[in-house]
Every structure is written in C-alpha cells, then in structure tokens.
Design a protein around this ligand. Structure first.
Ligand code: MG
Length: 159
C-alpha cells in the first residue's frame, strides 16, 4: 500500500458559487442551495475520491456553513467527512487534525493557499470567486480557473 492521501477541499468559491448566492438570496426567501454548486463540483468530488480520502474543509459561521453544505446534499460524497471551523480558523485547526501521509489542498483563498504551502502540502489554487483577483505570496503547485480544469488535465494523477 502507498501512503495515505488526504485531499482537503474548500467549500465557498471552490465548490459553491458564493458570490452568486449572496447576490440572489436577497431576492428570494426560499433558497435551494444545490443551485449554487458550480457545474463541475460533483464531477470533481468523484474524481478526487479516486485519489484519496476527500475531506470537505470549510470555515465561516458554523451553523450557516452547516446549513449551506447540508442544503447542497454533498456531505455524503466525502469519504473523509466534513470539517467546519469558525471564521478564519480552519488553518489553525489544521494543526490539530491528524493528517498522515500526503496532503493535497484545493482552495481559492490566497491566505489559505499560502498556509498550505507553508505546511508542505501540495496546493491547487482554484482562481474563481471573490478572491480571484488576489495573489498568494507563494506559488502553489497548480493554479486553475475551474475544477473541471483539474479533471481535464488529470492534475491529481501527477502528484
Ligand atoms: Mg473558499
């Protein structure tokens, strides 16, 4: 057996089109969260699951994150489960997570990308959503515009 691989997958702006959600939610009192998953989200989770244990790795208002995530129905697709931390704390909580073997991080947010790089993770930055115009300080292993680009280029196979 090879080393265990853990794939940490971010939620907002990575799997979920938070910008469109924020724009449209005020116009309606009933929200179907599934409608705001990016079109490549389900295919990506399936693809990633072939390479290791996929963990949904999210931060924000915990109750609200839970509501959004369970509303999308994707929780059960993550073999490594769902981890939700209070706003701006997922990086600190990483230190308490037991991560053996290789870790691949998939995230849109520059400061999270930098943290992942500093931890020695393999980092794929998804440049979409709110932070797409911002640069990370360090260079991640890959920068993509979408999750489908990861699948098309079979990027996880290259690690
Ligand atoms: Mg994000």
């Amino acid at each position: 057996m090879g080393r265990k691989t853990t794939i940490l997958v971010d939620f907002d702006h990575t799997l979920f089109d938070t910008e469109t959600y924020v724009r449209e939610k005020s116009a309606s009192d009933h929200v179907d969260y599934k409608e705001f998953l990016y079109p490549d989200t389900l295919a990506f989770i399936k693809y990633a699951s072939d390479f290791g244990e996929a963990v949904l790795f999210s931060e924000g208002d915990v109750e609200f994150q839970k509501e959004k995530i369970s509303g999308t129905g994707i929780e059960s697709l993550f073999s490594g489960g769902v981890k939700i931390f209070p706003s701006f704390s997922k990086m600190e909580n990483l230190d308490d997570m037991v991560l053996n073997g290789k870790v691949i991080m998939v995230d849109d947010k520059p400061e999270v990308v930098d943290y992942g790089i500093s931890k020695g993770f393999t980092v794929i930055r998804v440049r979409r959503g709110r932070y797409s115009g911002e640069e990370s300080k360090d260079q991640p292993n890959f920068v993509v515009k979408s999750l489908s680009e990861i699948i098309e280029k079979d990027i996880l196979q290259s690690f």
